[in-house]
Design a protein around this ligand. Structure first.
Ligand code: AMP
Length: 122
């Protein structure tokens, strides 16, 4: 799938639409999800143009991958999520209902998140 630079996160990266920023460095931008699913719900996105985790894992340079992962970990620490715990999740493609075609890592926290997938949903 080719990267479409009209997606909403590309517009946020270009400063064309605002976001509630929590962190930025040369590799990543982190901002609060507009429709939070948990008390803390932050999205971490790479600065580069990658459609999804699949694209990022295959095409990004080692430097970009390390920079992104370090940034995501720092965001979780800075938000105070490490001691209570948090969930990091990336949706890729149709079965995961990925909505925005720019790779993003969700960081969920601020409450007991329960089990990842309920046994009845397997
Ligand atoms: P996904 O289903 O993994 O693609 O998740 C996309 C996420 O982006 C959803 O949780 C949306 O609420 C969130 N989202 C969409 N537009 C914005 C926006 N302008 N600012 C912040 N979060 C957004």
């Amino acid at each position: 799938m080719a990267y479409d630079d009209s997606n909403i996160f590309a517009k946020i990266l270009r400063g064309e639409i605002p976001c509630d920023k929590v962190y930025e460095d040369e590799y990543a931008l982190a901002f609060r999800d507009i429709n939070p699913q948990t008390p803390t719900h932050v999205l971490v996105i790479p600065k580069g143009a990658y459609v999804s985790f699949d694209d990022f894992s295959e095409q990004a340079s080692g430097e970009e991958i390390v920079g992104f992962v370090r940034a995501a970990g720092k965001v979780a620490r800075d938000l105070g999520l490490v001691a209570p715990g948090y969930r990091a999740l990336a949706n890729h493609g149709a079965d995961a209902h990925q909505e925005v075609p720019h790779f993003h890592l969700h960081l969920f926290g601020g409450k007991d998140l329960g089990r990842m997938i309920k046994p009845s949903e397997k």
